[in-house]
Design a protein around this ligand. Sequence first.
Ligand SMILES: *Cc1c(COP(=O)(O)O)cnc(C)c1O
Length: 396
Amino acid sequence: MTVLVPLDRVASLPGPAADGAPRPIPLSAPHLTGQEMAALAGVLDSGWVAPAGPAITAFEAAVGDATGFPHVLATASGTAALHLAYRLLDLQPGEEVWAPGFTFIATVAPAVQMGAVPRFLDVAPGSWTLDPDLLRRELRAAAGRGRLPRVVVAADIYGHAADLDAILGACGRWGVPVVSDSAEGLGATLRGRPAGQGALLAVYSFNGNKIVTAGGGGALASHDPVLVARARHLAGHAKDPAPHYQHSTTGHAYGMSSVLAAVGLAQVAALGDRVAARRAVFARYAAALGDLPGLAFMPEAPWGRASRWLTALLVDPARFGADRDDLRRALAAIGAESRPVWKPLPDQPVFHAAPRAGGAVAGALFAQGLCLPSGTGMTPAEQDRVIAAIRGLCLG
Ligand SMILES: *Cc1c(COP(=O)(O)O)cnc(C)c1O
């Protein structure tokens, strides 16, 4: 099985460079458990490597346990799961999809590719997620215009859940279905329930930079078995039951490989540990930097418990003495990777003409926000280097 050794190397970050320079500190590297190799060997020995079989069934059950959903489909990516969600809702060209402006483009990209019109709503400053009060007002106005959205998609951000209770309350009145893009929400909770709970359909991601990874992959989850069965049908080329190939609609090749499901299974088992470790990384930053003027860490709403997938903070240049980009460059100079928070989608060139409601909160977050190295493979000494670089910049 030596052929598999290079994969296991991902468990640890690269060692020191030959010249003795410290190894780079990535934003969020995969953190393997050591159990992946055995799970992979099991799948390869069984011969079940395609997107079906015992590893897929076990992975889907584990994701169901972690998210509280009884029905789960493992998919090739989180984006594929979002596309399937929009297909299940039979989203039509010209229909509106409402989304927060502060998220990754994949939240809306498949809907846009289906011809839908995205409309971007601002986020709430207390959670950096879709503002339910704004949503309520906008839905009332849209109902008055006779043009309600076909779907509202909420998005969890940096491990903080969106307030799905309030969002469902706003949408339920008008019968608008809610999809939760919980790609960044796995391990977070909302009033004690796993992020995504309450949505008609919830989407998770097991991409390499997420809190746990399958090396790539996603999941679509629901309480409705019919929806997940239809998604499974669409994900496997929409083959009708017949001895020959027969199709009443076109489908997708969106199933997750069993090879990846094996990796994901080992990873999901470690989710609780990873959340504790990410929260510890956040707490360490907050304790070491909390006294500096002009720094504000991403809040945690009273109703949510964040996984702190990424530690994000705001840098007020007038008080800190340097801006977000100075900070990013200072970290790059010590080999530490950081990244500005999401550029608002309505400010993306591709969405220049998209309708929007508000946006001042998302705009202010983007002006000052930075995600710090947050991987749980980071040693305390490495985190101390990051902390020292930030403190040095402030005092300089
Ligand atoms: C990562 C991510 C996705 C996409 O997941 P993939 O598995 O990479 O396709 C979608 N939405 C958000 C908010 C994400 O962070």
